[in-house]
Design a protein around this ligand. Structure first.
Ligand code: ZN
Length: 249
């Protein structure tokens, strides 16, 4: 069974469409969405609708979903993010705002084709925590029971593997496009960001879990960045939100 992992779409419609077209071409059975459907980008309603239209989907909320739907104040956001969150809140109709507000908080523990999987936006112990390095990943894996834990939030496509050395867990980054989760090993995977990559690769990011093989593959898809940038400028959002898409930062 092929499970699609998407995160941090951030109201980027061209990137969302490119990822779904790429994933559809290879086929998939189930989709897990790790939050931040909105914020930064110019098409929050269209991206929410695209996610709602997915069959066999499990969706959790991200920090931008909370702020845009009024669950949390934007007090911890920088000026540009706050401005975008306020624009998003003003743009969304009541139905879509309610959809965001009612999204469940991570972590969620799921049995996916018999495999124990956990999904969270930031970390299993705190939905808003950023996991950047192996120390953070070790902390996250210690808080998760799952064989495979997925998180988003950093907009960096990255994976870590936990193996046992002399009875103690050791967590290291995995520099590969195919991450093997078994047997005996546990992994933590961030599929990267669909709508605003920050790992230096401007292409849209996602991942696919093959449950039979216990393998996660990382994917990058080119999309019409100029179109997304035009939409951001036309919406009157901060120009830096358009510019950063070119460089993936
Ligand atoms: Zn995000």
């Amino acid at each position: 069974m092929r499970v699609l992992l998407i995160s941090d779409l951030h109201a980027n419609l061209p990137a969302t469409q490119a990822v779904l077209a790429d994933a559809d071409a290879a086929g998939w059975d189930q989709v897990l969405v790790l939050g931040d459907l909105v914020g930064y980008g110019a098409d929050p309603a269209e991206v929410i609708d695209a996610v709602r239209a997915l069959s066999n989907a499990t969706v959790i909320r991200g920090n931008h979903d909370k702020v845009a739907s009024g669950i949390e104040s934007p007090i911890d956001f920088n000026f540009v993010a706050r401005q975008a969150a306020e624009w998003t809140a003003a743009t969304l109709d009541a139905d879509r705002a309610r959809y965001l507000r009612e999204l469940p908080r991570g972590p969620l523990a799921l049995a996916v084709d018999g495999l124990d999987v956990a999904i969270c936006h930031g970390a299993p112990f705190d939905e808003d925590y950023y996991i950047f390095d192996a120390d953070d990943a070790a902390h996250a894996l210690a808080a998760s029971q799952a064989a495979i834990t997925f998180c988003g939030h950093t907009h960096v496509q990255i994976a870590f593997r936990e193996a046992r050395a002399a009875g103690r867990p050791a967590v290291t980054p995995v520099d590969a496009e195919r991450i093997d989760a078994g047997p005996g090993a546990r992994i933590l995977v961030n599929p990267g960001s669909v709508g605003q990559p920050r790992d230096g690769d401007p292409r849209a990011a996602y991942a696919v879990l093959d449950t039979a093989e216990r393998i996660v593959t990382m994917h990058r898809v080119p999309y019409d960045i100029a179109d997304a940038q035009r939409r951001i400028r036309d919406a009157g959002l901060h120009p830096s939100l358009a510019e950063r898409l070119s460089v993936g930062r």
